[in-house]
Design a binder for this molecule. Structure first.
Ligand SMILES: [Zn+2]
Length: 53
């Protein structure tokens, strides 16, 4: 399940498998589906990841 996190009033979505954050829930969901299916991340997806403290 993608987790939602609010930092400084902005919403971020986290892939619960690899832990990367995304600004769009759709991307986090994509990442999670990929991580689950292949036991690893897709560079095409993780390049959209954002850093959240
Ligand atoms: Zn992931």
């Amino acid at each position: 399940m993608v987790e939602e996190k609010i930092v400084n009033g902005k919403n971020y979505f986290k892939c619960s498998i690899c832990g990367f954050f995304y600004k769009e829930e759709q991307l986090a969901q994509k990442c999670e589906d990929f991580c689950k299916a292949y036991n690893g991340c897709s560079l095409e997806i993780t390049k959209h990841a954002v850093k959240v403290d």
